[in-house]
Design a protein around this ligand. Sequence first.
Ligand SMILES: [Zn+2]
Ligand SMILES: [Zn+2]
Length: 345
Amino acid sequence: MRVLVYKGPGQKAVEDRPVPKITEPTDAIIKIVKTTICGTDLHILKGDVPTVTPGRILGHEGVGVIQEVGAAVATFRPGDRVIVSCISSCGKCEYCRKGMYSHCTTGGWILGNTIDGTQAEYVRIPYADTSLYHVPTGVDEDSLVMLSDILPTGFECGVLNGKVQPGSTIAIVGAGPVGLAALLTAQFYSPAESIMIDLDDNRLEVSTRFGATATINNKDGKATEKLMRITGGRGVDTAIEAVGVPASFLLCQDIVAPGGVIANIGVHGMKADLHLERLWDRNIAITTRLVDTVTTPMLLKTVQSRKVDPKRLITHRFKRDMILDAYETFGHAAKTNALKVIIED
Ligand SMILES: [Zn+2]
Ligand SMILES: [Zn+2]
């Protein structure tokens, strides 16, 4: 089968590999129908994620068809169409029993990280019963690819941890796919104001279409001033960090209102300052989280009932043999206006 392989910092290649086999009775082998590229894959390619070693097949998102299941798999059968979760969970360890699947002692984020991933024709999924979801009939499968990672990530790490409330004021720093997923799912709670901050006018325009009540381009570095004008000098109840660089975390510290929450989503590769000397008396909270995907069944229902339409995040489509072009397009988003790309047969 043809696969996309990480070859070390700055290097990737399309290679031939044997189709994976069942190695544990809880495994399933999935034929991938649609997959995508995540910002995290770009971090990996930069060499930012040391757990990913050269030779690894990338990818942790996708929709597919079950080819084969191990003897212990009870809820899936060959031919079933499934959503692959970016998080594998055994369902039995202490963290899984708490609903913190991201820290499963033998799972968590392993796909396309410490085991081979979904940017391939076939993938082996461990703990199939607790890491896959049935595709409901009549639901568009492009939308479901967004349920593997970005929708639950934006919702759990941004909206839930950020305690978005009816009537509250929120700001999302970073209008990339995950920031936009947070914006879409924040609307479940009817915030009064949703302010998007980015450096890219196209992404800010998309934000307006997705329900942002104000947008700020921070190219001039004056986002704090502009946001304070919008909020009457108060700041925001929820500041969601969806970039993963020190400057965006600093901006969140500048714009959070007393009693507010800074909810970090971004993958940080370097040290970021925390100005506790300014924040110690402001009754704020700072949260961090790796997506647990505990809300995936709930989000699936909202997609099914069209309360949320994550298909709007898809800007480009590629055939599987054009995956290098897909990386090129996704990796130069400022030029191509790419949000999510679908890679399919
Ligand atoms: Zn991801
Ligand atoms: Zn576990």
